[in-house]
Design a binder for this molecule. Structure first.
Ligand SMILES: Cc1cc2nc3c(=O)[nH]c(=O)nc-3n(C[C@H](O)[C@H](O)[C@H](O)COP(=O)(O)O)c2cc1C
Length: 214
């Protein structure tokens, strides 16, 4: 199949995941092109956080109430960011698209813009991937990025058929001590057990490729 791996990566972690997916798909005999999503202007992490900061209390409440989480995801105003011209602005020629980026509270802003910029997305099968600093907490990490991504992808007339997320064990704002503690408390394992090079990460990539191939 002809596939596209499109990703945004600010500090290189999601790029490694994109490369792993790319390699595995090529190993399976697919023709894979790569689109690196580049923001028009590279801002500091502080500015990026600040743009979304007013919504952080709502995200925190989502951890304690499912009803609130549903309300939050439904009403969340996704921040977007201008991106540079794309190599493949029209993705009609591809059978499958893999789209990824870091978790920035929810979708990273350039990825949100990318999904609404590309042409030919209607009817496509999309695989979503991401990295985040913390361990794979079901609500705070996984749902809060993949649910809005699924909603946006469906709104654009496409279908999300695969997902994979791994921890980078890196947070530009220095939140790793908190995430390390959360990993020990929730999983009784270090956050490094959920990185790309771990069994969790390797199996995640293989399962993702199985799903996107279907
Ligand atoms: C604005 C911003 C928000 C972030 N939000 C989260 C978050 O909600 N959860 C998390 O675990 N990590 C969060 N991170 C950390 C990144 O998701 C993590 O470092 C990611 O692996 C970076 O990917 P990259 O190296 O491809 O840019 C955030 C980072 C930034 C800059």
């Amino acid at each position: 199949m002809k596939m596209l791996v499109a990703y945004f990566s600010n500090t290189g972690n999601t790029e490694k995941l994109a490369e792993a997916i790319h390699e595995e798909l090529v190993r399976r005999g697919h023709a894979v092109e790569v689109e690196k999503i580049r923001p028009a202007i590279a801002y500091s992490w502080l500015r990026e956080v600040a743009r979304d900061f007013p919504r952080y209390p709502s995200i925190t409440l989502s951890l304690f109430s499912n009803a609130w989480k549903r309300h939050h995801v439904r009403t969340y105003n996704q921040v977007e960011e201008d991106i540079q011209a794309l190599k493949y602005p029209d993705i009609s020629e591809f059978d499958r698209i893999c789209v990824g980026g870091p978790k920035w509270a929810q979708m990273s802003y350039p990825v949100a813009r990318y999904l609404q910029t590309i042409r030919g997305i209607r009817g496509k099968k999309i695989g979503a991937f991401c990295t985040f600093g913390g361990p794979p907490l079901a609500v705070f990490e996984i749902e809060l990025i993949f649910e809005p991504m699924r909603t946006l992808i469906e709104r654009m007339g496409a279908q999300m058929v695969a997902q994979v997320c791994v921890s980078s064990a890196y947070h530009a704002a220095g939140l790793m001590p908190l995430f390390r503690m959360a990993s020990r408390m929730r999983f009784k394992r270090p956050v490094t057990d959920f990185m790309l090079a771990s069994e969790y990460g390797k199996n995640g990539v293989l399962n993702f490729c199985d799903e996107i191939e279907k």
